[in-house]
Design a protein around this ligand. Structure first.
Ligand code: FMN
Length: 443
């Protein structure tokens, strides 16, 4: 496993050496990138000695003054981004957090952050007032929404003499968080994940539409989580004010019909289809060519839209997993299970959209991950975190399931073993019970 440790310019920079050691103890290979300010606190030589690698201190390689064209001696931030399985910045100054949040790329570390598709962990450290400032808190929130893991600073006496939040977390704690992130780092590599997100809009007249309150946050969080775990991601999004997640292919649609065409055109490429969009169930039968005038009561006649999820299931390829979402306001589990069985999907994520702080347009969500055999409760948490939990559950569906098959006599056992092309025999057990039944454990 390979990790880039970024060090920015705070008093806690010296503790980054302990973080490097903590990661190395877990057999992680470490490269270190230092900002210019960080070098005022600690010499790059410290990290070079610890890692055995040259410390990257600039976008430009100043080590070769004789080069004919010095600009061509840039250090390759893209190659570094591809090398790393994760980036951890400790300490993370208020300044570097602001640059990450706003996409400023004026030194190696901030440029690397934009180029990296692997998970990013930051351990902020600063004076309590800097930490509590609305600008810093807004930047932290932006990064959290984008899937950056934030290791909250501790409270106590700070280097500046003040007391409050702002102390960098202990290097061992940061190291453990990096290892946890690495644990799931590439577990979706090789998968092509198609995610639908947001609501759709059905025109009533040239300026009005029937829509819903879906913000796209859950679908975008799923896209981001899949990407950071190594999948290729196709995100099909209804209208949304959210920034497109980095490194995902995004297809924008407006109506349920456009959503259908886009999903059907892309689904063949996908190994996993997650339908998190809130697609309109009805559309106006006639769309007025002119803006409707207020002339008295108005009745709109609506026709049902196509059931995209059912169509996706009908066209599924072998091995393709299909996960639907159900937004329920009552009888969540019963309705969710009914949808699971009626549609023939592998799993349904059931949301309670009527609860406080959960569901449509909110930043947090709680859900139940339903399969034919299981119901896993996922308690209220930020949508990005929930996205990772949902992928943990989806990946469990890919794991071989072992079952015990009981057979009446030995001839059945032999026959079963011969036809065990799909059902691989994991273990053969001895005859059981007085009735001489036989057991095979297969997957
Ligand atoms: C002695 C001293 C200590 C500092 N400690 C911190 C700190 O702990 N956290 C922080 O965010 N900024 C701190 N700063 C301010 C940063 O060094 C400054 O904002 C700098 O521009 C950060 O650059 P960088 O983010 O590129 O490393 C400190 C500055 C000085 C002079």
């Amino acid at each position: 496993m390979r990790v880039v440790v970024g060090v920015s310019g705070g008093i806690a920079a010296y503790k980054a050496a302990e973080l490097v050691r903590a990661l190395q103890r877990q057999t992680v290979e470490v490269h270190v990138v230092m900002t210019e300010s960080a070098q005022k606190f600690v010499q790059p030589l410290t990290f070079a000695a610890l890692t055995g690698h040259k410390v990257i201190t600039s976008l430009w390689d100043e080590g070769d003054p004789g080069a004919a064209v010095p600009e061509q001696n840039g250090i390759d931030h893209i190659a570094e981004a591809q090398w790393a399985d994760a980036l951890v910045v400790a300490p993370a100054t208020a300044n570097i957090l602001a640059k990450f949040a706003h996409g400023i790329a004026d030194d190696f570390l901030s440029t690397l952050y934009l180029a990296i598709a692997a998970p990013v962990v930051v351990a902020p450290a600063m004076n309590v007032n800097m930490w509590n400032h609305p600008a810093t808190q807004a930047n932290i929130e932006t990064l959290r929404q984008r899937g950056v893991t934030i290791i909250e600073p501790g409270t106590g006496e700070l280097a500046c003499g003040m007391v409050g939040a702002g102390r960098m977390a202990e290097p061992d704690t940061i190291g453990a968080a990096v290892i946890a992130v690495l644990g799931r780092r590439r577990d979706l590599a090789g998968e092509v994940v198609l995610v639908t997100a947001g609501g759709t809009r059905e025109a009533v007249d040239p300026v009005r539409f029937i829509g819903n309150r879906s913000s796209g946050k859950m679908g975008y969080a799923l896209a981001e989580a899949a990407r950071s775990r190594g999948a290729r991601v196709i995100l099909i999004s209804g209208p949304s004010s959210l920034q497109a997640p980095a490194h995902c292919e995004i297809l924008r649609v407006t109506t349920a019909d456009e959503m259908r065409s886009s999903v059907l055109a892309s689904m063949n490429e996908a190994t996993l289809v997650i339908k998190a969009a809130a697609v309109a169930d009805y559309r106006p039968i006639a769309v007025s060519a002119q803006k409707l005038k207020r002339t008295g009561p108005l009745t709109l006649e609506l026709a049902p839209t196509e059931d995209i999820l059912a169509e996706v299931v009908r066209r599924r390829r072998p091995g393709q997993l299909i996960v639907g979402f159900a937004a329920e306001t009552e009888n969540r589990l019963e309705n969710g299970r009914a949808k699971l069985l009626a549609k023939g999907v592998d799993a349904i994520v059931v949301n309670d959209v009527a609860g406080e702080g959960v569901g449509i347009d909110s930043d947090t969500n709680a859900a139940t991950f339903l399969t034919r055999a299981t119901a896993v409760e996922l308690p209220q948490m930020p949508k990005r975190q929930l996205a990772d939990r949902i992928f943990d559950e989806i990946l469990a569906l890919r794991r071989p399931q072992s079952v015990v098959v009981e057979l009446d006599d030995e001839r059945d056992v032999e026959a079963r073993k011969k036809q065990a092309i799909q059902n691989r025999v994991l273990e053969e057990s001895v005859p059981v019970g007085a009735g001489r039944r036989h057991q095979l454990i297969v997957e």
